[in-house]
Design a protein around this ligand. Sequence first.
Ligand code: AMP
Length: 191
Amino acid sequence: MNIVIFGSPGAGKGTQAEIIANDYGLKHLSSGQLSRQMLNNRLLGKKIKSYMDKGELIPNAIIIKIVKDYIEKNKREKGFIFDGYPRTLGQAKELDRLAKQSKTRIGLVINLKLDQQEALKRILKRSKSSGRSDDNLKTIETRLKVYKKLTEPILGYYKANGILKEVDGRQSITKITKEIKKIIKEVEKKK
Ligand code: AMP
């Protein structure tokens, strides 16, 4: 099964994606992490950094290629858990196309719900140890705005596809994992 872990910056996507990937033998695809790994790339590093440092989205032409390459490299895995991708409706549709090409599909989208105030607080706390240059107040504010404007609207698309489930992101890590596992079990049963 392929799963998308959805939610605003700071909602806990990375933490949950890692746990679920480990427990279900899925490949964790974090588009943010993949982009950070590209920062030293001779051709694209500077360009990628300029978007990330502002908290803006990396253009589709670059990010889609990064994601596609990672999927291709790991195509023998039994499934993926997508974290931070898709972030626009265009990316969501592109992901569906990619999945279809590989004769698979996105079976579940989990939205980790967290209000912006709480998200901001969490990222600021994380900034003390993350070492991420984009975990500063100005950039975080832009990232949250970009999320509201471009990313959150994808929820409507997934809801219409009937694959969207919501989880309260304010709960503890353990409680959230438990809920996600319950949802996965239900979805697998229906297959
Ligand atoms: P994240 O680690 O998911 O918070 O992502 C960090 C930064 O990487 C974002 O603020 C964007 O600049 C960039 N990024 C990550 N995923 C995407 C994506 N799917 N589309 C465009 N830019 C992305």
